[in-house]
Write a protein that binds this ligand. Structure first.
Ligand SMILES: NC(=O)c1ccc[n+]([C@@H]2O[C@H](COP(=O)([O-])OP(=O)(O)OC[C@H]3O[C@@H](n4cnc5c(N)ncnc54)[C@H](OP(=O)(O)O)[C@@H]3O)[C@@H](O)[C@H]2O)c1
Length: 672
């Protein structure tokens, strides 16, 4: 034997010089199973074991909300009620009318029809029906209440067809309503209420979630980010009756609470909190004589998952994707096979029931029993809500939702050790530009609770973006910059896999995993106006001065604007915009973007335009339609438009405050 240590005698000589601890370690290593040792060394080499990143896990908690015992102040208004067929919409309308309000009731149907003066039907799948509804009833609604997710569904008997139909009624209608509302000429948009029943699990014990209406929560959380002006609020009713009274009470409180659940007569608000990992109840079990199925198994994370499962002891893997394996996937598979692992690659569309059935039949015919499933198939089709259509929602939803449902239906009789869905943090936090993806992932979350309530193994992990491989890692520079400006760091695969191993045995069916600097993340919201979901994290997070705020706080800029003349105002606003646009596009602060180059040419897309509009509105309270931030405009022209709007706002406010001052003076005179 000749190696860098020389011959055997030389090797022993060197070993004799090692400390007793090192010798003991060496002895332990020699006693290890050779295959396991090789896997482990290779994993070390591939970075699967070197966990240096400390990532927190999170969980959705529900905290009781205090109720006011005084009768709420009620000012008359108009309401748009997308009414259910269980009578809740009608009952609510009666209650509101008794307070002097006007209600327009809209039912789902197959045509656009005016049934009576204030009663309509519209087709949920037709965006133009919603536009027509709003243009024919163009009043400033105080609230739009969507109740079309309420209804009886026999969950166990659902087919893919009925599941898809339920999404058109419950989710497509919300997309079309939002598009019609923000596209309407109304200067005052209503607060949007999305009402479900049992779509979220509240409390420690997993409730049997009505998963068909879970997606609207993912969509609602995204609406809240893209269109803060709608104050989108998701409200989940319980099974305890008194819904009309509860809804009326929530409508009349002008609370910022945006995710509410009714349980046992009380209101609860969603709060994201740190997940206190317990000692796993069931340790991850991976056996040599069992098979494991990974959908999306040829994708970036799919291949990492395959390597990780082998590292845990798996010897029989099935990787499913629609296309054939890429060169890099082929070489990773070859390495696994060289170790004696049987890897079967199957081309199948997991959203198709027959093809999923064929996959399972093939496993049954040629491999040991299937004991674990990881559903990691997924596609993206990003776009802001005003630019998405239902087809693009269906494309993204069918893989996650259809795939998970097929796998659930076809394997629920098998004694699986784990059934893991790769969900995303977008279903918990929402994400501007990913309304369809957030909805699709929220389905996985709902299904995980439903499966648990049936006593079946299940876990959904709401992952933040991963680094090195996969869909987030392959995003362009602009998107990476956006994530980093939000304080979000990519999950290192080794750290992610280690969390996955610990999560599978936890009692919670849903765990969110994201590496984020919350102080930075919270900066996207105006001070005090973060989503209530993050309230507990805000309380624990020291604020961080960064970005535009570090240069000048919005308060300081507003003060300067008040004191400046028109020309100076425009200059201040141009500097402010340069700063923001530079941040969004990842410019070096010392070289801000050219104020005369069109925003398009600078690289501002529709999503960043929305962010910019929302930030300007939140920080400076200058409200302009998003269209003004898009197209051929540049920073200089936009600064001029903002200056005009600001000046107009100040002029309009001036007489009111002058009157107020006069009134105050008068009062003082009387009081004195
Ligand atoms: N990477 C991340 O940062 C991240 C973060 C959060 C969550 N996730 C989730 O983790 C999972 C894996 O993500 P990834 O980053 O590995 O993405 P990826 O590299 O794009 O892989 C996804 C795989 O899914 C397959 N697929 C898509 N539609 C399918 C269908 N109908 N039937 C069967 N296979 C299908 C794709 O292959 P074909 O197109 O050939 O079918 C692809 O290989 C996804 O569900 C994703 O949503 C990822």
């Amino acid at each position: 034997m000749n190696n860098s240590y020389g011959d055997l005698a030389n090797l022993f000589e060197r070993l004799a010089q090692l400390s007793p601890e090192k010798l003991q370690l060496l002895e332990l290593l020699i006693k290890q199973d050779r295959a396991k040792l090789e896997n482990s060394l290779e994993a070390q080499f591939n970075g699967l074991n070197s966990v240096s990143q400390q990532i927190q896990s999170y969980k959705l908690n529900w905290c009781p909300l205090s109720v006011s015992d005084r009768e709420p102040n009620w000012s008359e208004g108009s309401w748009l009620i997308l009414a259910d067929n269980q009578g809740i919409g009608k009952g609510l309308a009666e209650k509101l009318k008794s307070k002097g309000d006007r209600c327009v009731l809209v039912f789902p149907g197959s045509t656009y029809e005016r049934l009576s003066e204030n009663t309509f039907t519209v087709d949920p799948a037709q965006p133009q029906h919603f536009q027509r509804l709003l243009s024919e009833n163009s009043v400033a609604y105080r609230g739009a209440i969507h109740l079309w997710n309420l209804g009886e569904t026999a969950l166990g008997d659902m087919s893919l067809e009925t599941l898809s139909q339920s999404q058109i009624k419950g989710c497509a209608s919300v997309l079309h309503l939002v598009q019609a509302l923000v596209g309407s000429s109304s200067s005052q948009l209503p607060r949007l209420w999305l009402v479900t029943r049992g779509a979220v699990s509240v409390g420690e014990k997993a409730e049997p979630v009505q998963f068909p209406s879970a997606p609207v929560w993912g969509l609602g959380r995204t609406i809240a980010l893209e269109h803060p002006e709608l104050q989108c609020t998701c409200l989940d009713l319980g099974a305890d009756g008194q819904e009309i009274e509860f809804l009326w009470q929530q409508l009349s409180l002008s609370s910022r609470e945006s995710q509410i659940a009714q349980r046992h007569g009380k209101a609860y608000g969603a709060r994201l909190g740190l997940y206190d990992a317990e000692k796993p109840q069931n340790k991850l079990s991976v056996a040599e004589n069992s098979s494991y199925l990974i959908t999306g198994g040829l994708g970036g994370l799919g291949i990492k998952l395959a390597q990780w499962l082998v590292q845990q002891g798996a010897r029989n893997l099935v990787l499913v994707g629609r296309s054939s394996a890429s060169t890099s996937a082929q070489s990773a598979i070859a390495q696994l096979e060289a170790k004696g692992v049987k890897v079967i690659v199957l081309q199948a569309d997991i959203s198709n029931l027959d093809q999923t059935n064929t996959v399972l039949d093939q496993i049954k015919a040629s491999l040991p029993p299937l004991r674990g499933i990881i559903h990691a198939a997924g596609v993206l089709d990003d776009g802001i809500l005003t630019q998405l259509d239902w087809k693009r929602f269906e494309r993204v939803m069918s893989v996650k939702m259809g795939g998970a449902w097929n796998l659930h239906k076809l394997t629920q009789g098998l004694p699986l050790d784990f059934f893991v869905c790769f969900s995303s943090i977008t279903s918990v936090l929402g994400n501007a530009g990913q309304g369809n993806y957030a909805a699709a992932n929220a389905f996985l979350d709902g299904l995980a609770y439903y499966r648990r309530s049936l006593g079946l193994p299940s876990l959904t992990v709401n992952w933040g973006p991963w680094g090195e491989v996969g869909m987030a890692a392959s995003m362009g520079n602009r998107e990476q910059t956006r994530l980093s400006s939000l304080g979000i760091r990519p999950i290192v695969p080794a750290a992610g896999m280690s969390i996955l191993a610990d999560s599978i045995g936890q009692s919670s069916p849903e765990i969110a995993v994201i590496d984020v600097n919350w102080a930075k993340f919270l900066q996207q919201f105006p001070s005090g106006l973060h989503p209530t979901l993050l309230s507990n994290l805000v309380a624990q997070t020291p604020s961080e001065s960064q970005g535009s705020n570090a240069i000048q706080s919005p308060e300081a800029i507003k003060q300067q604007l008040q004191e400046a003349n028109l020309e100076q105002r425009q200059q201040i606003l141009a500097r402010y915009l340069q700063n923001l646009v530079g941040q969004y596009l990842g410019y070096d602060p010392s070289r801000p973007p050219d104020p005369y180059q069109s925003l398009n040419e600078l690289g501002l897309d529709s999503l960043t335009s929305i962010q910019l509009r929302n930030k300007v509105k939140a920080e400076l309270q200058i409200d302009l339609p998003v269209a003004k931030f898009m197209g051929e405009t540049n920073i200089d022209l936009l600064a001029k438009t903002l200056q005009e709007q600001f000046t107009l706002g100040s002029l309009l406010a001036a007489p009111a405050s002058a009157e107020l001052n006069a009134e105050e003076e008068e009062m003082e005179e009387i009081t004195i």
